[in-house]
Ligand binder design. Sequence first.
Ligand SMILES: [Zn+2]
Length: 211
Amino acid sequence: MKLFNFHTHNKSENYGIINIYPEENILFGKKYSCGLHPWHYSENYETALSQIELLAKEEKIIAVGETGFDPKSPVNIDMQSKIFVKHIEISEKYNLPLIIHCVKHYNELVKIKSQLKPENIWILHGFNGKIDIAKKLVEQGLYFSLSENILKDIKKADSLLEIIPTDTIFFETDDKDYNIETIYKFVAEKYSMTLSDLVKYIEINLKIMGI
Ligand SMILES: [Zn+2]
């Protein structure tokens, strides 16, 4: 059974979305997302942004991102918001989903989403935040891509899976090389469904997103 890996940095992934940075090469037949990671933000973001837009225009990527907010970003929060909004503009212009990396600054994220009311789907990758934050993000219509990180606290993982609907969920390995089947199996059990039923849900979610 093929298990879709929604967000990975592993270039050899054959069934998933490979995250690349603007200057990286792409191979025919694979699915890519491209964005500026908040760790790589700088005042001179224009060149990278126009490269991302070109990839979107030429249909070489199927999603914009990962991009978003992080306290470890070298630029301040206003600049992070500005660069994030530029990514939203590309996502909206080319009708592509937006993959989000967000550490701590969920308020900014929610504020921008309610102000701009984007039409394309936003997916928060690697989410392992607090339960009340998860509730707020579900209300805002965000999708979630979960990694094995949630398995570190099983009790919290249970509550998280009670909140996140099956029609807004994906799974990923991110920059790790663990077996993605672990998280699929864990979630299938929590939702009291078989692995193949969960895979069907994920396939429907991907279709809705045009992937
Ligand atoms: Zn990543």
